[in-house]
Ligand binder design. Sequence first.
Ligand SMILES: [Mg+2]
Length: 156
Amino acid sequence: MTGEVPKEDGGGGGVSLEDLRQKMVDFAKERDWEKYHSPRNLLLALVGEVGELSECFQWKGEVPKGLPDWKEEEKQHLGEELSDVLLYLVQLSHYCGIDLGKAALRKVHLNAIKHPVNRYISQDKKESSSDDDEKKITNPDNNNSNCNEISENLQN
Ligand SMILES: [Mg+2]
């Protein structure tokens, strides 16, 4: 297997969750695998794939964004494991009768209400006093002061 994307798939640009959902429904139907696709089985498969995804990062320590030091084969493998997770998530949502795209957009909206921008900006401004500090606030990579608070709130 070369890992090349067939031309008819358009190289992945502009793919929608609905495209993926339909492809996975067809894939399972053609192989008569729908009988195995209970929500519980799909959830367990998803968790297994999250484990495989975790293995890509296991023992590497913290890695910089963009993974500049990774070999091309490692990045390709990472893409495969990310895809396994996404595809099982799409299938699980389908067999649970959840419109994943709609649910995700609703959740982003709810998160925006729960974490208003002004709350975090104003908190950081209190801590900064120079123009350089002002630039830090607008760079999300430098805005670690709220990460723990955001992480705690998202878990609730
Ligand atoms: Mg996998």
